[in-house]
Ligand binder design. Structure first.
Ligand code: CTP
Ligand code: MG
Length: 259
């Protein structure tokens, strides 16, 4: 299928705490966004790469344009395109106030022939090519929605705020324990048949502000439509660089087995 990869990079990176959009933060001599874009290109399955950046961010726009040059010229792990093979089109859009709004801005800029779309977090900058391929193969096999997942290592409990006398003891009270073998931690790229994802995002525009704030990935919007979401194996290297500890881990991965 004609495939676009959306890379959402319009977040502000509050939890990383660099005082700049996370996409710009250095990782192994390049930026987080450059690593993410090279990973998408190396997977080699997109006709278009559509990047959502913070509105008006000239640095990130220039970075995307430099990446587009790399695609034509060949660079490092990226071979120059073979004769007659077109490198993917790079499209830059202004992101929105939420991740979902950034995805919607990118969806509005996809080429008309697009049939399948992968939505990827720039923050998952070290996602292996194999994960892109597993998602894409499931789409080619007929899935309308596919997500990469990994097993959960921690025991996960639900809690509620403690009320009454208990509040003097501890702030929260446990309400239950989830069955760990049925839990999965969810990553990106998440793959969709385009019409399905468009329908899911249209439906999401009807959510109230509270519900919208709870939308943390695209697959949950598709689940709300009642469409089956398939899960393939993700990778621990696909960690979302969220906190300073995650950045240390990512630097370590680059120096070690991935470097
Ligand atoms: N994202 C986006 N537009 C937003 C918010 C987030 O494109 N309005 C993107 C981020 O750039 C990131 C991905 O969604 O690649 C996952 O979001 P997250 O890890 O939360 O990144 P930030 O929102 O930048 O970080 P924080 O929540 O700590 O501010
Ligand atoms: Mg965020």
């Amino acid at each position: 299928p004609v495939t676009a990869v959306i890379v959402v990079a319009a977040g502000s990176g509050q939890r990383l705490g660099y005082g700049m959009p996370k996409a710009k933060v250095p990782l192994g001599g390049d930026s987080i966004l450059t690593h993410a874009l090279r990973g998408v290109a190396a997977a080699g399955l997109a006709q278009q790469i559509c990047v959502a950046i913070p509105p008006g961010d000239a640095d990130l726009r220039a970075l995307c344009q430099a990446f587009e040059q790399e695609l034509t010229a060949g660079h490092g792990r990226l071979p120059a395109p073979a004769d007659g093979v077109q490198p993917p089109v790079v499209t830059i859009v202004d992101g929105g106030a939420s991740r979902a709004a950034s995805v919607r801005a990118a969806l509005a800029a996809l080429l008309p022939a697009t049939e399948a779309v992968l939505v990827h977090d720039a923050a998952r900058a070290l996602t292996p090519e194999a994960v892109f391929h597993r998602v894409s193969h499931a789409l080619a096999a007929g899935a309308l929605a596919v997500i990469p997942v990994i097993p959960v290592v921690d025991t996960v409990k639900t809690v509620e705020p403690t009320t009454g006398d208990g509040a003097a003891i501890a702030p929260e009270l446990v309400t239950g324990t989830a069955a760990r073998e049925t839990l999965r931690a969810v990553q990106t790229p998440q793959g969709f048949e385009l019409a399905t994802l468009l329908r899911a995002h249209e439906a999401a525009e009807g959510l109230d502000a509270g519900q919208a704030a709870g939308v943390t990935d695209d697959a949950m919007l598709v689940e709300l439509l009642g469409v089956p979401v398939h899960a393939v194996r993700g990778a621990s290297q696909s960690l979302k660089i969220t906190t300073p500890l995650d950045l240390i881990i990512a630097e370590g991965l680059l120096e070690g087995p991935l470097g």
